[in-house]
Ligand binder design. Structure first.
Ligand code: SF4
Ligand code: SF4
Length: 731
């Protein structure tokens, strides 16, 4: 017993000292970030998130097999926490049992059951890793670029936790069976695996089993404590950080609205910014502590990477690698930051480790030529990345479509888009370093109020093609929207100027007219919502556009607004409240769906063709509108509706979001082509969309396949409003 106590305490003290030192260092580094606004609405919301995402493992279970393996491991570790308490207790008292529950057979059963489930879980993890090896699948493995060796080491350590557990408990059982002290807490039964091991050890006799129990307990504690140190020095930090990150993440998630730019916890006033205002993120020190926590929490699982449209079309952007690069840079630069950052003394600077000095001159965003991850063929099997050049490849940063697939998938609630847009903000507003095509976008929005650079007088051109009167605000000297108007129809720039989107605008107007819905448009009073400028990082231009629109909408007392563009919906409905504009905004699929359900629109002429539907990212993932568009398509197509494999929350972007619509796609293959090919592969003759940008992108993708002779001439991409209109027309 004395040997057990002395060695046990020695291992514990040494390991806990190392672990505590690391934990304190991690806390200091993470909290060195900028302050962040409190995003948690209430303790109830946080408790619900913890219950659903952490205890319920909801996001992990989106992928059934790896999710199940993780449930086994996660719950196994919670339950096996009891066995660690028992092992520590046995250092001091060989007959230790946890008070009250310590002898309950059900507890012994649960401990052994979860020990087995953990073993099953690690076998599943091992198989998943062997099947999805980067050396076999290249960049399309979700583990491409992850620390593979560390992952195997952790699986090995978990295995060690379980076998040492059963060793010491089996030996305890055998001690008892040999007439020794009652060290085994579950002599009333329940611990079925421990008993089974114990029966095999029983013939060794009392003394040998007493020694085996001691060795097993010391091994168990040693493995657990070394594992703790490994966790604190690896990507497995997420074991402790994930619940904290979930508690501090935006709710319901970091999709939909972007956050305003903050100086401390106050939104930056662009007319009179504070002297110390930080414009976006230009250095790792500019990120908030929540950003640092995000970086530290990444499990390197690669779920985000596997869904990313940019990564899947051979661009250098992987959301996982971006987060890992930011984390690695933060860790490497930490000695400098903790020594005072810009205020560092000469003596402290001279004492910095070489690894920190090497990071000081690296720009946060810039060229990363030579990075093997940048080049599909340059992959190195050990996942090594060069730390030459900038931390974040500018080509990767500008490849993001802000589609939200990464945020949707991330099991630890990392807020990728917020970080990427924040870096874009610095590049645009401070460095003036952005793709040259965006100059045209910014100029057109600023000078003409729309990305196409069209004259405002053209906004009403579609109205001239209608054979009924469309009410335009102000034509009859209205000062506010009249009471009888049910909806202000926000046409949007695409809906007013882009030919394919204009077809949607006219279809929606005709359907509303047919259903007897009183609506009005703003006409020349509309200007760009600012969405593309905001997602391109030009927050200043967004603020100008948004304030102008909010002023107009508030002045005319707009309340209910219908839009055809999910980007307008997201911006007006969910971002304008940041500037005092609060409106009920619905997408036309929601309103038209309701009109069909109410019998005010009757699809009397079902389409004969097979129809598929493409979920726009800003309607689906960002705003969770999945059902109404499908109800319309099903009302029109019935049994001829066919889903694409990537649909709903796992839909694949068309490539236009995040202001990508206005940038050249020079790297890799085309995102819109990838999505169009998937739509074509369903055999559908009609590809329904619900966003003007998706309409353009998929139309272009299908047209190019037609030109190559790879798609039938009668395949058509059209908005679901046009589809519904066709079905409601009797002649
Ligand atoms: S938002 Fe979409 S494009 Fe951007 S990193 Fe995430 S998955 Fe990739
Ligand atoms: S960012 Fe999230 S989804 Fe991506 S690898 Fe890290 S933990 Fe996994």
């Amino acid at each position: 017993m004395l040997v057990r106590l002395v060695l046990g305490l020695l291992i514990t003290v040494v390991c806990l000292a190392i672990a505590a030192r690391r934990a304190v260092w991690l806390r200091k580094v993470i909290m060195s970030g900028q302050p962040t606004v409190d995003r948690t609405e209430s303790r109830t919301v946080v408790a619900e998130a913890e219950a659903v995402e952490v205890l319920g493992q909801k996001k992990l279970l989106q992928w059934v097999i790896p999710g199940t393996a993780h449930v086994f491991a996660f719950w196994g570790f919670l339950v096996l926490g009891l066995t660690i308490i028992e092992a520590f207790g046995a250092l001091f008292n060989s007959e230790f049992a946890i008070p009250i529950i310590g002898h309950w057979p059900v507890v012994g059963f649960a401990e052994d059951l979860f020990g087995v489930l953990v073993l099953i879980g690690i076998v599943m993890f091992a198989i998943i890793r062997l099947v999805n090896q980067p050396s076999k699948e290249g960049r399309y493995s979700r583990f491409f670029g992850s620390h593979l060796g560390a992952a195997w080491l952790v699986l090995f350590m978990i295995f060690n936790v379980v076998w040492t557990l059963f060793l010491y408990r089996g030996a305890q059982y055998a001690v008892w069976q040999n007439g020794g002290p009652e060290e085994f807490p579950f002599t009333n039964g329940g611990a079925f695996v421990s008993e089974w091991v114990g029966r095999m050890l029983e013939p060794l006799g009392l003394q040998a089993n007493e020694w085996l129990a001691t060795i097993g307990i010391l091994l168990q504690l040693g493995v657990v404590l070394v594992f703790l140190i490994i966790v604190l020095h690896s990507k497995h930090l997420h074991i402790g950080l994930a619940p904290i990150n979930v508690a501090n993440s935006r709710r319901p998630n970091a999709l939909g609205p972007l956050l305003p730019m903050y100086s401390g916890t106050t939104a930056i006033d662009f007319e009179d910014p504070a002297d110390d205002a930080i414009f976006g993120r230009g250095r790792i020190e500019d990120f908030t502590w929540k950003g640092n926590l995000d970086f530290a929490s990444c499990t390197e699982c690669g779920r985000c990477q596997s869904q990313c449209p940019a990564w899947n079309t051979d661009k250098p952007l992987s959301p996982k690698l971006m987060i890992m690069d930011l984390r690695d840079h933060l860790w490497a630069k930490a000695p400098y930051i903790l020594a005072g950052g810009d205020e560092i003394s000469d003596a402290a600077r001279a004492a910095l480790p070489a690894s920190a000095v090497a990071e000081l001159d690296r720009p946060l965003v810039g060229s990363r030529e030579g990075d093997p991850h940048r080049d599909t063929d340059g992959y190195t099997a050990d996942g090594h990345r060069s730390n030459e050049g900038a931390v974040i490849d500018e080509e990767a940063l500008w490849s993001c479509t802000t589609c939200g697939a990464c945020v949707e998938q991330c099991p630890v609630d990392i807020e990728h888009i917020d970080h990427f847009v924040d870096m874009r903000r610095h590049q645009v507003m401070i460095e003036t370093n952005f793709p040259s095509e965006l100059n045209g976008l910014f100029k057109n929005v600023e000078q003409k109020g729309n990305p196409w650079g069209m004259n405002a007088s053209m906004r009403n051109s579609w109205i001239e093609e209608m054979d009924f009167e469309v009410r335009v605000f102000g034509m009859n000297d209205e000062e506010v929207i009249p009471d009888e108007i049910e909806y202000l129809f926000w046409v949007g720039c695409a809906g007013a100027f882009e030919d394919r989107a204009k077809r949607t605008t006219k279809a929606v107007a005709e359907l509303l007219h047919t259903a007897g819905v009183e609506f009005m448009v703003l006409g020349e009073g509309e200007t760009c919502t600012g969405d593309p400028a905001r997602r391109a990082g030009n927050e200043f231009l967004f603020q100008m556009q948004a304030m102008q629109n909010v002023e107009v909408l508030n002045e005319i007392k707009a309340r209910n607004i219908v839009v055809t563009c999910p980007h307008c919906m997201n911006t007006i409905g969910r971002e304008y409240p940041q500037l005092g504009g609060n409106y009920e905004v619905v997408h036309h699929s929601q309103l038209l769906g309701k009109l069909v359900a109410d019998g005010r629109l009757k699809p009397v002429k079902p389409v004969d063709d097979t129809v598929t539907y493409h979920d726009p990212c800003y309607l689906g993932r960002h705003n969770k509108v999945y059902v109404p568009p499908r109800e319309i398509v099903k009302a029109v197509a019935g049994q001829k509706f066919v889903e694409m494999e990537r649909s709903g929350s796992t839909s694949f972007c068309c490539g236009a979001g995040g202001a990508r619509m206005w940038m050249e796609e020079k790297l890799g293959t085309r995102i819109n082509q990838n999505r169009s090919d998937e739509a074509l592969s369903t055999g559908a003759k009609k590809i329904a969309v619900a966003c003007p940008f998706c309409n353009v992108m998929l139309n272009d993708g299908v047209t190019s396949r037609k030109q190559e002779g790879k798609a039938s001439e009668d395949v058509e991409v059209l908005d679901l409003a046009s589809l519904l209109l066709e079905a409601t027309r009797t002649q």
